[in-house]
Ligand binder design. Sequence first.
Ligand code: NAD
Length: 294
Amino acid sequence: MTGKVGEFSLTNKVAVVTGGGSGINLEYARRIHAQGCHVIIGDVRLVEESKSWLQSVKDEPTKALYQKTDVINWDDLKALINRAHQEFGKSPDLYVAGAGVFEPSFSNFWEDPESDFYRELAINTAHPIKLTRMAIQELLPNRKKGVVVIVGSVAGQVYDLSGPIYVASKHAVSGFTRSLTLLDEKYGIKVVSLAPGPVKSRLFTDRPEFMKMHGITDEISMTPGEMADEMVNLTTSAQYGGGTVLEVMKGMPPRNVPGFNADPPAGMHTEHVVTNAVKKVFDLLDKERDGGSE
Ligand SMILES: NC(=O)c1ccc[n+]([C@@H]2O[C@H](COP(=O)([O-])OP(=O)(O)OC[C@H]3O[C@@H](n4cnc5c(N)ncnc54)[C@H](O)[C@@H]3O)[C@@H](O)[C@H]2O)c1
């Protein structure tokens, strides 16, 4: 089957959604489920909201299932797809790489907690790339049209001294998404990326100090549900073809970010503005400099 995905109906489709245990992806899962799409959530954990939602829909004909998944582990990603075959007798139509972390204490450029690799890159970048490859390998031989949605970030358009791995990880997925633009027209596989601005989710609310340091206030933040509405639109609307990187910021119309010479996101603060976060880095670097032995 060739030709663009175009309008993508969610009715009777099957989706795998990583990171659907909370926040933006949970709200997204709820919305696509309400439109008749079976959902398999892959996450390392569920929170109260996701547990109670899964419980509340367990007897509905449209299924919402949870499978414990660590997206760093590619066997876990494959197992999500296998689960779709077992439960629904077909490969997923929709692949959502939503799981992500923001410069966590276990994988942090400035604090060096790791000695082997940067898990943040494995979660934010390698997992969406691998899930996309798996999606192509599932969809193509079955001659099926399908959609891959990668949750990037407006951090993919800016820079931030206090979160350089996060920024690198999200720049990477924007470039990756754009690189696959032609798959939509040629094979009916639409790969797109959502680039959210600030959203008040557990990514920040679990770390109040971090949230304060990055200037995340109600004034500039969207709710996970508001963001998920735009993410559903990005998934289903023919207006957004393969390769789209859709920036969604509070108070602004969604912007299809051009691949070249894009203007900076309106109102987004960069390292110069997030002074508290930058100060923390400078304090650490001053200490490193002053601890030198030469
Ligand atoms: N909140 C924001 O301001 C914001 C802005 C831009 C982009 N994003 C992106 O949105 C996505 C969703 O984040 P959110 O804001 O809803 O936060 P969230 O913390 O509520 O959701 C992230 C989910 O990813 C899961 N996860 C983390 N590591 C995992 C792993 N190794 N394997 C499986 N699951 C894992 C978490 O358990 C969690 O359920 C992330 O990719 C994040 O980078 C968020």
